[in-house]
Design a protein around this ligand. Structure first.
Ligand code: PLP
Length: 388
């Protein structure tokens, strides 16, 4: 059988498409490598499915396709040996919505929610939006990788009003894919301190380290499952984030009822094109995904080598996601995101993730764009202040 080769090299013009990523720098010579969507076409199967659904021409209220429920459950089983009952699935228009609903399901207003730091910005705002207090647990620099500060996690979880851990795996922005031992340690802490565990696993299909695989933490034990909310989506994987189809897996009926209660008449249903794209992606997108991951591995190698060769900049290998977390503190650059933007590369500002001396670089783009951006970064570093 002939294998289809998918094209990740062509540069697709996203100007004038109202792209959040590209509009920020409209009319400026700045390459946008910030917000987490990719500059690639979605799998052809997704585009074809959308086209044929649009051609039908009637766009009324829509139920979740039963085949999508089956496909998701089969996928959770075949990839992770995790058996989930169909009743546990709650469809959502976005993972950030899920994060915020989860915070409203933990204890009462005034109670505390834990998060690791640095972290994807909505983790920083969602506890407060739910009237909860946030406790930050720093990630530690273990040299070759970022690790949870276990002592601090234990101390924070011991606080009497602590009700929940907001976990993220693969971790945005550090790119960690946590090992089974680490996940078991997190699970044990949640069980011992009676915490709800919300786990954002939106990047679970984007594992780029060859020796890593994703483990949904809730699947570790039935005890843990009953206190867990797992958030997943095809959006990052298949580059359909603008469509908005995500889901929560909440096996416990009481926790699920509370989550749904919080959402009732406030959170809109997933739209029909999002369902169409999600189904096609999960059913037919895997050959594309295999090639995407290869391409991302190539991009990652280029970023890792280039960044670590520049005096003043360092990054650790990314295990999952297409996001590189770059430390700038040895460069003497005061405002790194602004510095690189002035050099023609738009990166995410580490301050938004709780760490001012970092920038996050999205390498989900054609190699030609990435190479140009890295050249600009390298060139700009010749103008950087002397290392601290
Ligand atoms: C960890 C994480 N969660 C959630 C999201 C956003 O999800 P959504 O667009 O479905 O709200 C992102 C996007 O970058 C993310 O990295």
């Amino acid at each position: 059988m002939q294998t289809t080769v998918f094209d990740f090299d062509s540069v697709i013009d996203r100007q004038n498409t109202n792209s959040v990523k590209w509009e920020r720098y409209r009319g400026r010579n700045v390459l946008p490598l910030w917000v987490a969507d990719m500059d690639f076409l979605s799998p052809p199967a997704v585009i074809d499915a959308l086209r044929s659904r649009v051609e039908h021409g009637v766009f009324g209220y829509t139920l979740a396709p039963p085949e999508l429920v089956d496909t998701i459950l089969q996928r959770l089983f075949s990839l992770y040996q995790w058996t989930v009952d169909p009743s546990a699935l709650v469809f959502l228009p976005g993972i950030v919505t899920g994060l915020n609903l989860a915070c409203r399901c933990a204890g009462e207003p005034g109670d505390a929610i834990l998060t690791t730091l640095p972290i994807y910005p909505p983790f920083l705002s969602s506890p407060q939006l739910a009237g909860r207090r946030r406790i930050d647990v720093p990630m530690l620099d273990a040299g070759h990788r970022w690790e949870v500060d276990w002592d601090q996690l234990e101390a924070a979880a011991s606080q009497p009003d602590c009700r929940m851990l907001n976990w993220c795996n693969p971790h945005n922005p550090t790119g960690r894919v946590f090992d089974r031992e680490e996940l078991e340690r997190v699970a044990e802490i949640c069980l011992r301190h009676d915490l709800v565990l919300s786990s954002d696993e939106i990047h679970c299909d984007l594992i780029i380290a060859p020796d890593k695989h994703h483990i949904p933490i809730a699947g570790l034990s039935s005890e843990l499952e009953t206190r867990s909310i797992t958030l997943m989506a095809p959006s990052k994987t298949f580059n359909i984030a603008g469509l908005g189809c995500s889901f929560a897996v909440i096996p416990d009926p009481t926790l699920r009822a509370r989550f749904k209660q919080e959402a009732q008449e406030i959170v809109p249903h997933v739209n029909l094109l999002a369902f169409t794209a999600a189904l096609a992606a999960y059913q037919h997108g895997d050959p594309w995904l295999v090639q995407l991951l290869d391409y991302l591995r190539g991009n990652h190698a280029l970023v890792l080598e280039t960044i670590n060769a520049l005096p003043g900049l360092t990054m650790k290998p990314v295990e999952g996601t297409y996001l590189a977390w770059i430390a700038t503190h040895e460069s003497g650059i005061e405002k790194p995101a602004q510095f690189f933007e002035e050099a023609g590369v738009g990166l995410s500002d580490g301050r938004q993730y709780g760490e001012p001396d970092f920038v996050r670089l999205n390498f989900g783009c054609p190699r030609a764009i990435l190479t140009q951006a890295l050249d600009r970064i390298a060139q700009s570093m010749t103008q950087a202040p002397s290392p601290r």
